[in-house]
Design a protein around this ligand. Structure first.
Ligand code: TA6
Length: 360
């Protein structure tokens, strides 16, 4: 397990979150030498209060193991490297994301798993390296993020800007801001804002994705709802445009598809865990769905041969119609995920849960 760099709880009344609490690696060299999670945010569950009390006994602002008793309370871990979320635990302290045990945490390889930020290109849909360069660059803390009306208490803001190296391969000045937040109910919210800072009034175009790898119980016991009847680009058949005939996407072999113009809500049901991951997206019309299955798994150096059984990538994306920004213009793309128990064996959401979610 990766030691969290710093651990800070945020509770409306008790601990206003201040970025200065996070230990920021002194120099880029230090940061890249041993990339570690920059931050670990957690929202204790209402009945985990006594956990908080214990936390407060620790040295100021450096509580250790602030996990509420019985591992309850949601948390998220983020890396400067790639601006990547590598852990998200729901209100029951259950890990929702997959990170390969063979993952590399050092440039040039992106961290295998978690939520990769694919920018300015998704996949090999363009001339740049696979999935663009943002996922293997060192991000930094965004000390002065412009106001966001939907900010939850428990959040961290990161930023990536062009480097001299990047300008040689993608000659544009930009700001890519990422806010990672936990809602009071433990939902994970990612909001990206991309601004064109070109001084030469040149517009730029990009595609984008939250390449999100979920941890699942058994891939053959998982289904994805909300993609039926949609067109998709099949990367296994040279991006051939196909149409989804099934009423749900299930997994019996390698899948590498980009679903186009998908609905705002996509539901991933893990029958065995009786858990449903509800993904909501904004300004990201498409959805990436990927599982390498056995053959591809064996040839990926940073992926365990059997790990395809316990992971599934389902992420919001914008690929079919790349976004064009003129200088000064900004785009914002949001992905929000809730992890809810699906008590019915059919995986249907429990009506009571639906009522609760509609109240959120
Ligand atoms: O999103 C699917 C995909 O583009 C697949 O084609 C597969 O290559 C996957 O991403 C992982 O890409 P990576 O460059 O991280 O090995």
């Amino acid at each position: 397990a990766l030691p969290p760099e710093a651990h800070c709880t945020s509770d409306r009344e008790r601990f206003p979150l201040r970025l200065s609490e996070f230990r920021v690696p002194a120099t880029t060299a230090a940061a890249s030498a041993a990339p570690r999670p920059v931050a670990s945010l957690s929202v204790p569950n209402r009945d985990g209060r006594e956990g908080l009390r214990r936390a407060r006994e620790g040295p100021r602002y450096r509580p250790r193991q602030v996990r509420p008793p019985r591992g309850r309370g949601s948390s998220v871990e983020v890396y400067f490297y790639g601006g990547q979320v590598t852990s998200w635990k729901n209100n029951f302290g259950e890990q929702q994301l997959f990170v390969s045990r063979k993952a590399s945490f050092k440039p040039p390889k992106a961290i295998r798993g978690g939520i990769q930020i694919c920018f300015p290109q998704l996949g090999n849909h363009g001339v740049l390296e696979q999935h663009g360069f943002a996922r293997n660059r060192l991000w930094s803390v965004d000390e002065s993020p412009p106001f966001l009306d939907t900010t939850f208490d428990c959040h961290i803001d990161l930023i990536l800007k062009q480097s001299e190296e990047d300008l040689k391969i993608w000659p544009h000045s930009y700001e890519l801001r990422l806010q990672v937040a936990l809602s009071p109910t433990g939902d994970l919210i990612l909001i990206s804002r991309i601004k064109n800072n070109n001084a030469d009034c040149k517009p730029f175009q990009f595609s984008f994705a939250y390449h999100t790898s979920f941890s699942v119980s058994d891939i053959s016991e998982v289904r994805v709802d909300g993609l039926d009847t949609l067109d998709y680009l099949d990367n296994l058949r040279s991006k051939m445009r196909c149409n989804e005939q099934g009423d749900a996407v299930v997994f019996e072999s390698e899948v590498d598809s980009l679903y186009l113009s998908a609905p705002r809500k996509i539901v991933t049901i893990d029958h065995e865990k009786k858990r449903t991951l509800v993904l909501r997206k904004k300004e990201l019309p498409d959805v990436v769905v990927w599982n390498p299955w056995d053959k591809k798994a064996k040839v990926m150096p940073d992926f365990g041969a059997e790990e395809y059984n316990c992971m599934l990538c389902v992420g919001a994306a914008c690929i079919e119609k790349p976004i064009t920004l003129r200088p000064g213009e900004e785009w914002q793309g949001r992905q929000e995920i809730s992890s809810v128990p699906s008590s019915y064996s059919s995986g249907q959401l429990d009506p009571e849960i639906i009522r609760q979610m509609q109240r959120i």
